[in-house]
Write a protein that binds this ligand. Sequence first.
Ligand code: SOE
Length: 382
Amino acid sequence: MGLVGAGFIGPHHLDAVRRLGFVEVVAVADSTDAAARQKADSLGVPKSYGSYDALIADPDIHVVHNATPNFLHHPVNMAVIRAGKHIISDKPLAMTSAQARELLDAATAAGVVHAVTFNYRGNPLVQQARTMIAKGEIGPPRFVTGQYLQDWLLFDTDYSWRLEPDKGGESSAMGDIGSHWCDLAQHVTGLKITEVLADLTTVIPQRKRPVGGRQAFTAASADEVLESVDIAVEDLCSVLVRFEHGCKGTFTVGQICAGHKNDLVLEVCGGQASVRWHQERQNDLWIGHRDRGNVVLQKDPSLLDPDVQKYARLPGGHQEAWTDAFRNVLRDIYEHIAAGRPMRERPPAFASFEDGWRANAIIDAVLASHRSGSVWTKVATL
Ligand code: SOE
């Protein structure tokens, strides 16, 4: 495999594939030869390239991971597809659903494997909740609720390329983390989101941008030179949701919520019981009942549905984490690639460009709803 972009998430791609044991890491690409070499050395990768085209052209590379900022998702993914190689892209798949559709069509026509790293699908208890719902154990989903809250944009000195529409897209919080929530809600319930009514806010309309640049999750330093910039994209977003088959929902995403680090919560209330999964307490699944006591199911392979056990790598009480779920998703993708199966036979935790397109279509509908004065807006269908 080859990795394009080694910022925050890229090294986690390498870590996950190395833990699979059957994938060879060949090269890293960055924007210059020097930056790529420095990153390759620090990550122990043999080859480095100063452009993504050069990495894609390397005949030793069969699978390309795209861990670049959002504005490079479409061009890099498209170049990989045109070279006939398999592509694993970060989310959101593209800046708009039209771009995402182009990628889906091109990947399908080229016959390459296409994946989007909606990594929360790889958590054992997410798969447990999905399987319980698919097997009718909580009854039909009636109401889906939750949130995805973070605090790394709380202060006006917090800054990221995600706030610049030409780099991150016209949506910031919704594109960055709302896309995860919507994918997870659809994945776990098996129901598509069909309509949205959204209220978006830019809580901090002016921020201080570090002139030299700075990564997400890092605070401003005392000697940093800052410049004031107007912010057009949302940092807070509340959405009412309609799913297929009459199921209703609501969720909030925000990155200005103090104390919430990576606070993703998904709850599904069915006709018989409810299930709630909380990313920051990811080894527990709450199951709510009316006519008996509520229970907390622990991540213990012996207690999980047999179809789900392979997502838990350690016995009960040996807690698993974000990186383990990421690895599970990449294991599903690479086992599929190695077996040479068609896309329609992929395992459920493996999100495709179709799933990526669907998330982009929801983001577009959320933006359209808000701009029309928060009215119900249909999500496009394929
Ligand atoms: C930043 O908000 C971020 O790293 C997202 O881009 C990831 O997708 C999410 O998993 C954690 O937060």
